[in-house]
Design a binder for this molecule. Sequence first.
Ligand SMILES: [Mn+2]
Length: 424
Amino acid sequence: MQIEKYKISEHNQSLQKEHQRKFEFIAGGIKDAEKILQKLIDFQIAIPSWALGTGGTRFGRFSGGGEPRSLEEKMEDIGLLHALNRSSGAISLHIPWDIPKDAGAIKALAAQYGLRFDAMNSNTFQDQPGQKHSYKFGSLQHVRKEVRKQAIDHNIEVIKYGVELGSNSLTVWLSDGSCFPGQLNFRKAFINTLEGLQEIYAALPSDWKMFVEYKAFEPNFYSTTVGDWGQSLLYASKLGPKAYTLVDLGHHLPNANIEQIVALLLMEGKLGGFHFNDSKYGDDDLTVGSIKPYQLFLIFNELVEGMDARGMDHTKDLGWMIDASHNVKDPLEDLLQSVEAIMLTYAQALIVDRKKLVDAQQSNDTVAAQEVLQNCFRTDLRPLIAEARLRAGGALDPLALYRSEKIREHLIKERGAKTVATGL
Ligand SMILES: [Mn+2]
């Protein structure tokens, strides 16, 4: 289904008066409000093709109904999100869960919904039906050459799909590692992985980037072969200028200072992209901003400061993607919440008084520095985000409109109550 434009207009008209009052109040206190609004309108967050269905845990999965049954239906869902918030204008595909069988038709569909293709994602963390060699003991790190070759070939195939669709980056996340001491020779595992990545890197088109995503643990629980940003940076540095580190917020050990990691990767020109989610304990993949919103703000503060210091374009020089899972929520509602949280936090980082912060830092005024940051974090910029959405043709309150239009009920009617999307 698609949401008609007049429905969005009617919804906006009903909220316009109250919105205008709130917006004028907040915009009056913000320097360069118009410039910030434009940045918010331009900023787009990619939705991964595996996030449109209900996720699960190893204990079970409780499907919510109306889940997309094909890549086309997944794109339809992202089209709905984008129509509502005008900030979800990109899709990130996972191979082999979402192989585009007819690239031309898929591209045309994307154009119809106003979507572009973000990073392509390979999968060597599962065995697929009919697969010759198992990844039980790793893929690129594997002790046997034929297994490594199979994983390399798969990644090269993913690049080919991406080229057909007009994507220009490949994200490699490996679950490689070991579960018990002694299982693996760390150095050999690293070298095998590096050699595999080098072969994949050599297959990248000239305008492509490779993102090397790290994760501290799970599914391996003793060692992970790309376990942290240091290891990822080591691979990316050895690979060359098209290779970057990708930060997934849930892939750190507890209490890691992610904002500092971001600042240093940006300084080195090696931050490639971002996977947003939130967590309390491990890689919980919860809604962005639902658990640690201040941490998210501190990360965005470093992103904005670091990108501006290097003259980077916020909209396209880094890959922005949500990587979350929804076990008890309607995936589309959850994604609306996540995108809203990202936009809100980005806006808060944009209003940081950089000069005041630098002055406080240079004079060792800890209190003043903290005040500068917390003032922004505690400013309610929701009317500013809503105004950006309004100007871009979206809904003032996307979640409210999603519910009042009974979109999930429509999708269940169209697709059935027992559909299960491909993915985890
Ligand atoms: Mn991720």
